[in-house]
Design a protein around this ligand. Structure first.
Ligand code: AMP
Ligand code: GLY
Length: 429
C-alpha cells in the first residue's frame, strides 16, 4: 500500500522510520518532511497545513493511508477533508482536536468531567487576570489559550513576573493564541507523558515516557517543545498507570464522545505526578515530540497494522509489542532556541554516530543546501539510543551526540537522570 506521513519534525521522522519497516508498505511519501525523512520517503512539496492540496495529491496518487504527525493540520480539519474525499487517514477530526487547540476548552472540559487538573481561571481581560494573580500569589502558571508550539506557557516565580507576563500576553506577545489566557495553580512533582491510540471510548496504551521541557539542565530556563525523552519511565508504575486509565484516559474519551467530539488518533496526556496526586497539565491530540522518537525505537510490532485495525473498527485486537530495552532521545538544538536562532549551519558526524547499531538519529529542522546537510529549525536532531539499562542507554546516546557537530549546537546533558535516580532509590529500598 501507499502511505503518506504529514509533518516535518523529529516525531514524523520516527513515525516514517517505523512505518517504512512494515511489510504492508510498498511506497512511503512525506509532506513536506526534512532531510532525514527524504532519505526513506518521497518528498511531497506541500505544506502540512495546505489541506486542499494534500487531499488532491492523495486522490491523484491513490494514497491508501495518511498518518498525521502535528496538531496544526488536525485543528485545521485535515481529517474531516480527507474523510469527505473518501480517503483513509489516522488522526482526530477538527472538533476533537480542540482538546489541544484551546487550553480554555481543555480546562473547562476537565472541570465538567471531573478529570484532575490544576485549579484555574480563564481570562480575556487584563485587569481581572492581574487581580487573580494578586489573589493567588506566586509561583503561578500563565498559559496562552491557543497553539504556541509548547512555548505559550510561562511559569512565573514572582508576582511581578506574573503580572508582566499577563500584560505581555494581552499585548499580543503570542499573537491570536494569547487573546484569552488560563492562569493556574503551580503544581509540584514529576512530569510524565501518557500516550494511547484511541477510537471512540476505547484505547490502546503506548509505552510510557518522560519529556524534558526546559531548555537547560536541571529544568532551568524557558519551556521548549521538549529537549529529550526516555521510555519507559519509572515515574509511571503499574498502579499509577491504572489510575491514569481510570481517572483520566477513559473519562476523557467518554466525555469527548458525550460532547459529540468522538476521538480517533493519538491522545497524549501531559501529567504532573506529585503531592496533589496525578493531574493533567495538558492534552495533546497527537504523539509527543520528542517522546515519539524513543517510543518508536521500542515498538516491535507493526504500527501500520495497528492503525489499520483501529480504523477498521478492530481496536480490540490491537496488542502492541514493546522491547524490554530502555530508550533515550536527546534533542540537539540551534543556539538561541527556543528564542530566535540562525539557520544554515552545516551538520556533520551523523554517519559516525550511527555506526553503533543501537543508535538512530532522527532529523527535525534539517535541509539540504548546495548538497550539504544544514540546520533549518530550532530543534535540529533527536539522537536516540537503546540499552539494556537506562544507564547504558544514556552512555550510548551521549557518545553518539558528541560525534555530531554544527555551529552553536546545544543539548541537555541530563536526559534520563530523573529515571536513573528513581531506579537507584528503588534498589536501595
Ligand atoms: P503545557 O503546554 O500546558 O503542558 O505546559 C508546558 C509545561 O509547563 C509543562 O510540561 C510543565 O513543565 C509546565 N507546566 C504547565 N502547567 C503547570 C502547572 N500547573 N504547574 C507546574 N508546571 C506546569
Ligand atoms: N514533548 C511535548 C509535546 O510534544 O507536546
Amino acid at each position: 500500500m501507499k502511505v503518506l506521513v504529514v509533518g516535518n519534525g523529529g516525531r514524523e521522522h520516527a513515525l516514517a522510520w517505523k512505518i517504512k519497516q512494515s511489510p504492508l508498505v510498498k511506497k512511503l511519501y512525506v509532506a513536506r518532511g526534512n532531510a532525514g525523512i527524504w532519505k526513506i520517503a518521497e518528498k511531497v512539496d506541500i505544506s502540512p497545513t495546505d489541506v486542499e492540496n494534500l487531499v488532491q495529491f492523495a486522490k491523484e496518487e491513490k494514497i491508501d493511508l495518511t498518518v498525521v504527525g502535528p496538531e496544526q493540520p488536525l485543528s485545521e480539519g485535515i481529517v474531516d477533508a480527507f474523510e469527505e474525499a473518501g480517503l483513509k487517514i489516522f488522526g482526530h477530526k477538527k472538533n476533537a482536536a480542540i482538546l489541544e487547540a484551546s487550553k480554555v476548552f481543555a480546562k473547562n472540559f476537565m472541570k465538567k468531567y471531573g478529570i484532575p487538573t490544576a485549579f484555574y481561571e480563564t481570562f480575556d481581560n487584563e485587569e481581572e487576570a492581574i487581580a487573580f494573580v494578586q489573589k493567588m500569589g506566586a509561583p503561578i502558571v500563565i498559559k496562552a489559550d491557543g497553539l504556541a508550539a509548547g512555548k505559550g506557557v510561562i511559569i512565573a516565580k514572582t508576582e511581578e513576573e506574573a503580572i508582566q507576563t499577563v500584560k505581555d500576553m494581552f499585548a499580543g506577545k503570542f499573537g491570536e493564541a494569547s487573546k484569552r489566557i488560563v492562569i493556574e495553580e503551580f503544581l509540584e512533582g514529576e512530569e510524565a507523558s501518557y500516550i494511547a491510540m484511541v477510537k471512540g471510548d476505547k484505547l490502546v496504551p503506548m509505552a510510557t515516557s518522560q519529556d524534558h521541557k526546559r531548555v537547560f539542565d536541571n529544568d532551568e530556563g524557558p519551556n521548549t517543545g521538549g529537549m529529550g525523552a526516555y521510555s519507559p519511565t519509572p515515574v509511571i508504575t503499574p498502579e499509577i498507570e491504572k489510575e491514569i486509565l481510570e481517572k483520566i484516559m477513559y473519562p476523557t474519551l467518554k466525555g469527548m464522545k458525550e460532547e459529540g467530539r468522538e476521538m480517533c488518533g493519538f491522545l497524549y496526556a501531559g501529567l504532573m505526578i506529585g503531592p496533589k496526586g496525578i493531574n493533567v497539565l495538558e492534552f495533546n491530540v497527537r504523539m509527543g515530540d520528542p517522546e515519539t522518537q524513543p517510543i518508536m525505537r521500542r515498538l516491535e510490532s507493526d504500527l501500520v497494522e495497528h492503525i489499520l485495525d483501529i480504523l477498521e473498527g478492530n481496536i480490540d485486537r490491537v496488542n502492541p509489542v514493546w522491547s524490554d530495552k530502555w530508550s533515550i532521545g536527546v534533542v540537539m538544538a540551534s543556539k538561541g532556541y527556543p528564542g530566535s536562532y540562525e539557520k544554515g549551519k552545516e551538520i556533520t558526524g551523523i554517519e559516525e554516530a550511527e555506526k553503533d547499531p543501537d543508535v538512530v538519529v532522527f532529523h527535525a529542522g534539517t535541509d539540504i543546501k548546495n548538497g550539504k546537510l544544514v540546520t533549518a529549525g530550532g530543534r535540529v536532531l533527536t539522537v536516540t539510543a537503546t540499552g539494556d539499562t537506562l544507564v547504558e542507554a544514556k552512555e550510548k546516546v551521549y557518545k553518539a551526540v558528541e560525534k555530531i557537530h554544527f555551529e552553536g549546537a546545544h543539548y541537555r546533558k541530563d536526559i534520563g537522570d530523573k529515571g536513573i535516580k528513581i531506579l537507584s532509590q528503588k534498589v536501595i529500598k
